[in-house]
Design a protein around this ligand. Structure first.
Ligand code: S3P
Length: 430
């Protein structure tokens, strides 16, 4: 499927967005091993979170519902059962990495695989700590999906993460839930803490001392009612569009503003963005608020060190925005970008160049000079949801109609994206 993007003269309106992808995965997985029923509202409509629900169903978990509301009948500690076939994680790194922590501790074997993109993503980062816990897992070429997991009794570990990764942290904590004794994970840089918050919501006790999280195995987890905040990483596309296009004023309601995710807001405001946060509240332990975003002249900036990890999912759209700023954008310390759904350094730079925008590729980042104009172009999503959406935003500022190929990739996190974008943009040309 292709999408045609016309230049827009403003982004105006008020929207709410689908539920946060990271939080939806975690609520569903924890609900599956809790006791009793969990009702989840505003569950992500993204294909990734539906891959998680599909895997849970295959493991014998009753999941009912449709749209954005699902009810999961928790099966308790020993309640998961061996799947009849292989588990399909689709495009979802979160599903394969986080669920493997639970699968490694089951009294049965599992095989989990994904699509072509997932089949190229590194799994050593979970194989290493799970191996230390006693897990038996074999991977293609020792490091790629599919994973064949021979479930066994796991022992707790005290693990220092070599890379900042919330997925790996979650994998180890999920495995630790099944081990007897205390499992600890220390992070080099604080990553998103939705797992810690969600586990507490379900009744687990965790200690967090600086960057070290400790969890006692076999906690009593109880099913409950939860509502997922809207996804800040999805909001980022509309925020960038509103900031770039003169005359824009956009309200995004009920967005997740967890401090381990909201570095985006500080970074944008630091560059001159006009963003107001209203109706701030705490829901199920997560901070939620409305965002009001107006067009602003932006200065540009540098993303490096811990900030790179905090903004990792937003870098594609920030790169687009960067080209329209005064001083441009430099991204460093971002080699993790090369092993996302695509090599996002290459795919971003490639599409920018197609639009006549100068961009330099670095081994671990990119340099995008400012004050550049976007030329209308034929753009590729490369099958990557965030690349499809980031370049739709670029197309809104171009000098004519652009095309995004394989635009359906957006459905991985945000199936409603094209529809929402159409409704918010007022195009100057018929
Ligand atoms: C995620 C963590 C990040 C992020 C991904 C979702 C999560 O990945 O890029 O989109 O939900 O924990 P890493 O753990 O690989 O940094």
């Amino acid at each position: 499927m292709q999408e045609r993007i016309l230049p827009a003269h403003s982004i105006t309106g008020s929207i709410s967005l689908p539920g946060d992808k990271s939080i939806s995965h975690r609520y569903a997985m924890i609900a599956a091993i809790a006791h009793g029923e969990t009702r989840i509202r505003n569950f992500s409509t993204g294909a990734d979170c539906h891959s998680t629900l599909g895997c849970l169903r295959a493991l014998g978990v009753e999941v009912e519902g449709s749209g954005t509301e699902f009810v999961i009948q928790g099966r308790g500690w020993n309640g998961l059962s061996k799947a009849a076939g292989d588990l399909d994680a689709g495009n979802s790194g979160s599903t394969i990495r986080m669920l493997s922590g639970m699968l490694a501790a089951q009294p049965f074997s599992s095989r989990i695989f994904g699509d072509e993109s997932l089949a190229r993503r590194p799994m050593q980062r979970i194989l290493e700590p799970l191996g230390q816990m006693g897990a038996h897992i074999t991977a293609r070429q020792g490091k790629f999906p599919p994973l064949a997991i021979e479930g066994t009794k796991l022992r707790p570990i005290d693990y220092v993460l070599p890379v900042p990764s919330a997925q790996v942290k979650t994998c180890v904590l999920f495995a630790g839930l099944f081990a007897e004794g205390e499992t600890s994970v220390t992070e080099p840089v604080r990553s998103r803490d939705h797992t810690e918050i969600a586990l507490r919501e379900f009744g687990a006790e965790l200690r967090v001392e600086r960057q070290r999280i400790t969890l006692a195995g076999r906690p009593a987890l109880a099913g409950r009612e939860l509502e997922v905040p809207s996804d800040l990483s999805s909001a980022a596309f509309f925020m960038a569009a509103a900031l770039m296009i003169p005359g824009s004023f956009l309200v995004i309601r009920g967005v997740g503003l967890n401090p381990t995710r909201s570095a985006l807001l500080d970074f944008l405001v630091g560059m001159g963005a006009r963003i107001r946060v209203a109706e701030l509240a705490r829901r199920n332990g997560e901070l939620v608020g409305d965002l009001e975003v107006s067009h602003a002249e932006m200065r540009g900036g540098v993303i490096e060190g811990g900030l790179t990890a905090a903004l990792i999912d937003e870098i594609p759209v920030l790169a687009v925005l960067g080209a329209a700023t005064e001083e441009g954008l430099t991204v460093k310390d971002a080699s993790e970008l090369r092993i996302k759904e695509t090599d996002r350094i290459r795919t971003v730079v490639d599409n920018l160049r197609r639009m006549g925008v100068a961009a330099e590729e670095l081994p671990d980042g990119m340099v995008i000079p400012g004050r550049q104009k976007f030329r209308a172009a034929e753009l590729e999503s490369f099958g990557d949801h965030r690349i499809a959406m980031a370049f739709a935003v670029a197309g809104l500022s171009a000098d004519g109609p652009s095309v995004i190929r394989e635009a359906e990739a957006a459905s991985v996190s945000f199936p409603e994206f094209w529809d929402r974008l159409g409704r918010l943009t007022a195009s100057p040309v018929p």
